[in-house]
Ligand binder design. Structure first.
Ligand code: FE
Length: 206
């Protein structure tokens, strides 16, 4: 099977926000889609290893915010490259913005906010697919939504040319194309973009 075929599927990039027991948290996901218009329902897919996954499963509530072309690497590093189990991701947010459902959203980097209530959770093994009703939605910016291809071309820093010479190895996520650089790929590594695990990464031969 040619896994590169998966790169031909278009993906967006979204901030998924939840709250449980007074704790706000968020992660980056790349699978979200409107599935029906009457009633208005969305589908998202989230890796079970994300703390936000557990919070959505338990509280049946989330905000979904498409990242826009105003985004830099910062929201990816902040929400995607670290876990809410270790840090409070909203601790140093410059303003505290909450939608009517009490959940957080961001002052920048996003262009809309969908307030959702989960109606169905489908166990897909590594991930859970959530079907949700959109209770309210608002546009926050006219900046276009980013695709994963846009992220690769315009946001993600280009890998250092001499990284191989410096002894660093590179692994590519066969699901979304994300490249990890380092001495070793940790066993518990989760792709910061698509949330797939180590088994979906392949070593790039120098
Ligand atoms: Fe990935």
């Amino acid at each position: 099977m040619d896994n590169n075929a998966l790169h031909k599927i278009g993906y967006g990039l979204y901030v998924l926000i939840a709250q449980q027991g007074g704790k706000d948290n968020a992660c980056i996901i790349n699978v979200a889609q409107q599935v029906t218009s009457d009633p208005l329902q969305l589908m998202i897919c989230v890796n079970k290893q994300n703390l936000t996954h557990d919070m959505v499963l338990k509280t049946a509530k989330f905000n979904l915010c498409p990242l826009s072309e105003e985004a830099t690497m910062k929201p990816f590093e902040h929400f995607g490259f670290q876990s809410g189990r270790n840090v409070n991701k909203f601790e140093n947010c410059e303003v505290e913005l909450r939608s009517e459902n009490g959940l957080r959203y961001l002052p920048k980097y996003i262009n809309a906010c969908f307030q959702c209530v989960v109606t169905k959770a489908i166990d897909l093994g590594t991930h859970t697919m959530f079907i949700a009703m959109v209770m309210d939605a608002k546009v926050l910016s006219d900046s276009p939504s980013i695709t994963y291809a846009y992220y690769q071309q315009h946001i993600k820093p280009k890998p250092a040319v001499n990284s191989t010479a410096a002894g660093k190895k590179r692994w590519v996520c066969e699901v979304c194309g994300y490249v990890y650089e380092g001495d070793e790929l940790p066993d518990d590594y989760i792709c910061p973009i698509c949330k797939h695990g180590k088994s979906d990464f392949k070593l790039i031969e120098a």
